[in-house]
Design a protein around this ligand. Sequence first.
Ligand code: 9D3
Length: 260
Amino acid sequence: MMRVDLLSIFPDFFTSPLGEGIIRRARQAQIIDIAIHNIRDHAGDRHQMTDDRPYGGGEGMVMKPEPLAACLKAVPRRGRSRVILLSPRGVPFSQQQARLYADYDQLILVCGRYEGVDERFSSHHVDEECSIGDYVLSGGELAALVVIDAVCRLLPGALGCADSAERDSFSRSLLKHGQYTRPPVFEGLEVPAVLLSGDHLAIARHRFLESVRLTLARRPDLLSGLELSKAERALLAQEGLLAQVEQARQEQKQALEISA
Ligand code: 9D3
């Protein structure tokens, strides 16, 4: 069973998100054990202050190191464990990072607030810093929930359908085609006829082409990782998409060369 410990000054933040859906079922099935720790409980002084003004001046407040260290010390360690600080200056989170995290026995997720945490805590008590993307959040709590959700799905038995996790990771270099369910006509809009045809080869081709068109429009950067079979190349050529795909791959290659 994976153990996750959350350190935060807003412990109530997690109750509902961790009490629904796949995470709730994984907790019930004892696939994941999640404990929430209130950093404020480890602030020694009467006012339970967890933040203070930055030495050297500047905007905002900094989280004091002692309550963080005391809270962390109170967390029982088990097996291979990793202390991760959610922070805007962390390594970008990704499916690959999620797979690495899923291999630990214990993740200790520290949620910062304010302008950040005292550097002596992050440099001496934290194994790595993790960001979920280039936008400004109010603190690490939502980021920690994102990490838990992505990691939980990868734990053996967490998903009902055994191969879903593998399928998710398998289809990384193309965006998913649109999907349809009943009714056959919705607000005058029909389901593409090919999907009702029962012709599985034609359906697979249709979906592949739609995936390629979507990826070209929204995430051309993904196409550099796409491996095409002879039949797929022929199909793209036939639809006039091969040149566009090759050009997007070329442009992505150049973008990577410039950034390197
Ligand atoms: C002045 C520079 N800002 C850093 C980019 C200050 C700042 C903004 C937001 C300091 C802390 C925060 C709070 N954010 C998080 O704790 C955080 C976060 C995020 O803001 N974006 C993406 N991932 C994460 S993980 C934790």
